[in-house]
Ligand binder design. Structure first.
Ligand code: GDP
Ligand code: MG
Length: 596
């Protein structure tokens, strides 16, 4: 295809602003998908995406469009919207020349939109502002057209108004794409270079790698080389998605399509890597390459210990399609055998857990998530801590924790509520701007550990659901952190240890001790529950002794009832875990850990 008729673009939108619906309309209007094959949210293929209505993995679709007598080839690249996947977002943007900035005409700009817009501007993409859902009675297109024009410059008159639902304005949008988004440029005679912006595992076809060709071309049956590792593979199939896979003879400058090589693991075909041809390899990788870095760690333990091998196999399977997922075996005195799993963020954790439970039928306990700490002990030794159990004993010289720059957008009446929350979470304010008269963008630097738990929930509840949040990593900072341990009758319960700021340690200790007091049944002897920093006890509760005699509840001689009770008690015992000499029901661990 002549690069002159190619247009590569993505859609930037906050969740629920209508990206998938607009994509459906475009597929229909361009004829890429016939009406009878159309199903809502055609591109959100993974079940979990449909369930949650979010796009996790990007997809690239080719669509034809006639404009003033010429046929254009559009490649629409669907980017993941969530901050956990920001590296994948940045790679998808790098594969485009333009972006549709899609904003719900009843909601206005949200934090997610803004963050991705800034990324698109960094990549120097042409931005086409579009207000969606103009069919809604609550739509305020004039107000938000101003807001958009104010944000990206230009005239409010030029902001397109469409409805992905009714199709109104969508043809005009397709024409604007031809007119405003530049055609790709590249050197057709240079050695081939194609950037991987997505890579998905397919049970039947193995890994399917999505690429954007920058220079040269790639052909069917050619041997290709991954530039970050030097590994070579034969191209078994090359083609475009329109949106169903269609094999072609090759891909040239500016084209977006897929490659199949028979590799079985997405880690051999990594997002961000550059593909070249082995025969005539390129020298320089495109735009640098970043390994995915897990930000949040949590222990995952099967509730039924015999499920451990199933959990291992399930994690290995998920990893085939998720280069960012990392794990290693972990043993906990309280929870048994499991894995320490690294995630990009909390959504990634939640999705992974949900998939393990629904697709592999596992019941899991997950320990409280924590971030990575860099600890320098007093003797000068350094420790990378992804698990409280790795925290060095004794005095520490310095502890560094990851920090993020967060952006919150709220109606101005909630400024005070947001500031209060951010301050309680050790945030420092970096700036504040009015987007319009009544909507504000607040910028804070916050420790990552303070936002990975319930920050977003808190933010939503304090702003009646109006706030939107986005953040990006900004390195790390030294902080006054301590490890709080929970002891049952003098024995440490590893699953409940946590690393917290010194100012929050007391509250954590008191909360866990009193929660466990309610959850652990009385034993034959008194059980002290203590929270400690090192050897210093900061909180204490007592479970009083009781002589448990279930039979005393049955007055008289109902033998069958007695037997039942005894059996029930035996069953209950099976689900007990011994911590030192204390019997703790499995349920206690689950509830204590789940209600953070
Ligand atoms: P995404 O999260 O950005 O992909 O958003 P979706 O396309 O999934 O849309 C979110 C919700 O908004 C769905 O309930 C859609 O039916 C609805 N929606 C999308 N576009 C429109 C529109 O133009 N008009 C109306 N009234 N609703 C829309
Ligand atoms: Mg969607």
């Amino acid at each position: 295809t002549d690069p002159g008729v190619i247009r590569n673009f993505c859609i930037i939108a906050h969740i629920d602003h209508g990206k998938s619906t607009l994509a459906d309309r475009m597929l229909q209007l361009t004829g890429a998908v016939q009406a009878r094959e159309m199903k809502a949210q055609y591109l959100d293929r993974m079940d979990i995406e449909r369930e949650r209505g979010i796009t996790i993995k990007s997809q690239a679709v080719r669509m034809p469009w006639e404009h003033e007598g010429s046929t254009y080839a559009f490649h629409m690249i669907d980017t993941p919207g969530h901050v956990d996947f920001s590296y994948e977002v940045s790679r998808s943007l790098a594969a485009c020349e333009g972006a549709l900035l899609l904003v719900d005409a009843a909601q206005g700009i949200e934090a997610q939109t803004l963050a991705n817009l800034y990324l698109a501007m960094e990549h120097e993409l042409t931005i086409i502002p579009v207000l969606n859902k103009i069919d809604l009675p609550a739509a305020m297109p004039d107000k938000y057209a101003e807001e958009l024009a104010h944000l990206i410059g230009g005239d409010p008159q030029d902001v397109l108004r469409v409805s992905g639902k009714t199709g109104e304005g969508v043809e005009e949008l397709l024409d604007r794409i031809v007119e405003e988004i530049p055609a790709p440029e590249g050197d057709a005679d240079a050695p081939a270079r194609a950037m991987i912006f997505d890579s998905v595992y397919d049970t039947y076809r193995g890994v399917v790698t999505f690429v954007r060709v920058v220079d040269g071309s790639l052909g069917h049956r050619e041997r290709i080389k991954m530039m970050s590792t030097g590994a070579t593979h034969e191209l078994l199939e090359i083609g475009v998605s329109s949106p169903e896979p269609e094999p072609t003879k090759g891909l040239g400058v500016g084209e977006v399509g897929y490659l199949i090589t028979g590799v079985k693991d997405v880690r051999q075909s990594k997002v961000g890597d550059t593909v070249t041809s082995q025969r005539k390899p390129a020298e320089e990788i495109i735009g640098g390459y970043d390994e995915p870095r897990p930000m949040v760690f949590s222990g995952l333990f099967p509730i039924d210990g015999s499920d451990f091998p199933v959990l291992r196999e399930a994690l290995e399977k998920l990893q085939l399609n998720d280069a960012a997922l990392s794990f290693e075996p972990e043993t906990s005195a309280a929870l048994g055998f499991g894995f320490r799993v690294g995630f990009l963020g909390l959504l990634h954790l939640e999705i992974t857990r949900q998939r393990l439970e629904s697709e592999y039928n596992l019941d899991l306990i997950s320990t409280a998530p924590n971030v990575i700490y860099h600890v320098t002990a007093e003797d000068g030794s350094t420790h990378v801590v992804t698990n409280p159990s790795e925290f060095p004993d004794g005095k520490t010289a310095e502890i560094r924790e990851p920090v993020v720059d967060a952006t919150v957008i709220v109606p101005s009446e909630f400024i005070g509520a947001v500031m209060e929350l951010c301050q309680a979470r050790r945030g420092s304010m970096e700036g504040m701007d009015y987007l319009s008269e009544d909507r504000v963008e607040l910028r804070y630097r916050l420790p990552l550990a303070e936002i990975v738990f319930d920050f977003f929930d808190q933010l939503k509840s304090r702003t009646r659901g109006y706030a939107s949040l986005n953040w990006q990593s900004e390195g790390d900072q030294a902080s006054d952190l301590v490890k709080v341990e929970i002891l049952l009758q003098g024995d440490k319960v590893d699953a409940f240890s946590a690393i917290t700021h010194r100012d929050h340690a007391y509250a954590y200790g008191v909360k866990m001790a009193s929660r466990l007091k309610d959850l652990i049944p009385r034993q034959q002897f008194e059980v002290p529950i203590q929270a400690a920093i090192g050897s210093r006890i900061i909180a204490r509760e007592n479970i009083r002794a009781i002589r448990k005699d279930v039979l005393s509840k049955c007055y008289g001689g109902d033998i069958s009832r007695k037997r039942k009770l005894l059996e029930k008690q035996k069953e209950g015992k099976k689900r007990m875990k011994m911590v030192g000499t204390v019997e703790v029901p499995q349920e206690a661990f689950i509830s204590a850990l789940s209600s953070n």
